[in-house]
Design a protein around this ligand. Structure first.
Ligand code: DGJ
Length: 563
């Protein structure tokens, strides 16, 4: 008999249909597991892939939904075993399950056609030993706009590998997306990489996704003025893009629609005929060619080994003009151009080094774009944003940049929040995209979020609003974040820190909502274990559910109604 002693299974059961699905999936994976044991030498996992559940996409790794609790390495760290040696234990202590690590074209193909995979094989082995997955970042033609990671044989042959030119005719160390040889060479190296990953890792699946290029974008002018680019700029806008715009006229993002509208929604003509004579048109033109270029590489790579593949963007300041930031990259105001030019690109991702987290995430989830945050500055807000992005947006994962710079890994808020998400992972995976999960992000400017979950309205405030904690008197407040999961009509789990929740009945507002029970606990091998029953002062005598700012924890609570 199959033993499903998961508390998780019991929890899922309570939610009727969703529960049945979740229980079935657990039973199937148990059966599948038994099957695997009997054929031990065989590894039957599907290749990591994206799968829709309700309103979100889940990343499936080793046949199970996988949330990336990640960290991205600094740009030069993944260049030797020796340098990485002291870093691995830190990453483990931080509770990471995935490392985002560069693969450098210059090291991979030091001589044209001669590939050296030794370093990456050894690093993949190290990741395996540490039970970590890898997302490889292909530092190919572009890294932060520039082409600094192109091999020397590419850099020194400007004739064969043309560079972009600015409007004064000056060349820059940026390979032009209009150079056919640039694409050919980059694509060949990418194909070799994918072929090797397939051979070396196709059964282990240590490498779970690929970021193709890094922060693509044109600088210091909004478009390339190389003669090859100028020629293309004079041509008519490709039918492929026009057809996409026509087909999606009602749903393309307003920032792009407005540009198209200004010239009367023209359906043929040059770039300037259709979008006007300005730097925004230059940027749209570059976005089209960058996305086509990247799509060609991704298509070729997927034909060999179809891991999920994505691109990332350096976010612009909203008031800045194209040319003053890496323009034409996978930015939200031109995301439709990228979607049209890059149908094989699984998603576009934001890199966060600026404020307004919610604003940018809201922009990136348009056009059904799955949210993944491959880079966030390694600051005090990262932990709260990680849990919020997974709770509120159903993000595929989160990953602060230069993760090895952490000094005291165990005591980092990020390590604590990753531990919480790890424990809640089966519940999150079962309920994601089905309207049962929410996230909150609270600070002094936004100290309260109001959530509607089932029959209840939850008013979630920053714990500093209570005034009990000494830091509540500070000018600015530490950011607090949490995930809330509704597992039955009256049953919830909340994981995070720094919040206080009160309740109303949405359907029958005259009824009072009381708290039946609050427990603090943890999931051990998917079983809920109570550590402390909370009541009295800890619930303000039954008036609220709360966790103080530094109390990173998981609470389970049950509500009831009374006249
Ligand atoms: C964003 C880039 O994608 C990273 O590789 C790194 O350069 C950081 N900026 C900042 O150092």
């Amino acid at each position: 008999m199959i033993k499903t002693d998961f508390d998780i299974a019991r929890l899922c059961k309570k939610n009727h249909f969703i529960g049945i699905l979740a229980v079935l999936s657990i039973i199937c994976s148990s059966l599948y597991g038994q099957n695997l044991n009997s054929k031990q030498e065989q590894k039957l996992h599907q290749i990591p892939h994206l799968k829709k559940q309700g309103t979100v996409s889940q990343l499936i790794v080793d046949d199970k939904p996988f949330i990336i609790l990640g960290g991205e390495l600094g740009n030069s760290s993944f260049t030797s075993l020796e340098y990485m040696h002291p870093i691995w234990p830190k990453l483990k202590k931080m509770n990471l399950n995935t490392v985002l690590a560069p693969v450098y074209w210059e090291l991979l193909e030091p001589e044209e056609g001669k590939f050296d995979f030794d370093l990456y094989d050894q690093l993949i082995n190290e990741a395996r030993k540490n039970n970590l997955k890898l997302v490889f970042l292909w530092f190919g033609a572009w890294k932060n706009s520039m082409s600094s990671h192109a091999p020397a044989w590419v850099k020194i042959d400007q004739k064969r590998f043309p560079r972009v030119k600015d409007n004064k005719g000056k060349s820059h160390e940026i390979l032009s997306p209009f150079g056919e040889e640039n694409l050919k060479a980059d694509l060949k190296a990418y194909e070799a990489l994918m072929k090797h990953i397939k051979e070396f890792d196709g059964t282990e699946n240590t490498v779970i996704m690929i970021q193709t290029e890094n922060e693509i974008g044109m600088l210091p002018t909004a478009r390339d003025y190389h003669p090859l680019a100028n020629k293309k700029f004079q041509e008519n806008v490709t039918v492929e893009l026009i057809n996409y715009l026509k087909k999606n006229k009602k749903v393309i993002v307003p920032e792009l629609s407005e540009r198209w509208a200004k010239n009367g929604f023209k359906e043929s003509g040059t770039w300037e005929d259709i979008f006007g004579k300005n730097v925004h048109t230059d940027e749209i033109f570059m976005a089209w060619h960058y996305s086509k270029y990247t799509n060609s590489i991704i298509e070729a790579g997927k034909a060999i080994y179809a891991l999920p593949m994505f691109v990332n963007a350096a976010l612009n300041r909203t008031d800045s003009l194209p040319g003053s930031y890496p323009s034409g990259g996978p930015l939200p105001h031109i995301m439709d151009v990228w979607k049209a030019g890059g149908p094989s690109i699984d998603f576009l991702s934001p890199d966060f080094y600026n404020p307004n987290f919610k604003h940018w995430c809201d922009l990136y989830i348009r056009q059904q774009n799955p949210l993944f945050i491959p880079e966030h500055s390694l600051d005090k807000t990262a932990a709260a944003k990680a849990v919020y992005s997974i709770g509120h947006y159903g993000a595929l994962g989160f990953s602060p940049f230069s993760i090895e710079d952490i000094n005291d890994p165990e005591n980092e808020p990020l390590a604590k929040i990753y531990n919480i998400i790890k424990q809640l992972n089966p519940l999150i995976s079962a309920y994601q995209g089905l309207g049962k999960i929410e996230g909150v992000l609270l600070d002094k400017e936004t100290p309260m979020n109001v959530l509607k979950m089932g029959n209840y309205e939850l008013t979630v405030k920053h714990s500093y609003t209570l005034g009990y904690e000494k830091d509540s008197k500070n000018e600015t407040w530490d950011m607090a974040g949490a995930i809330i999961i509704q597992t039955a009509e009256n049953e919830f789990y909340v994981g995070g820190s720094g919040l206080v929740i009160t309740f109303k009945n949405l359907i029958k507002p005259d009824l009072n909502v009381g708290i039946l029970k609050v427990d603090e606990g943890k999931f051990e091998s998917n079983k809920w274990k109570v550590i402390r029953h909370l009541n009295g002062d800890q619930t303000h005598q039954g008036r609220h559910v709360r966790m103080m700012y530094n109390d990173y924890s998981i609470l389970r609570f049950e509500l009831y109604n009374y006249d």
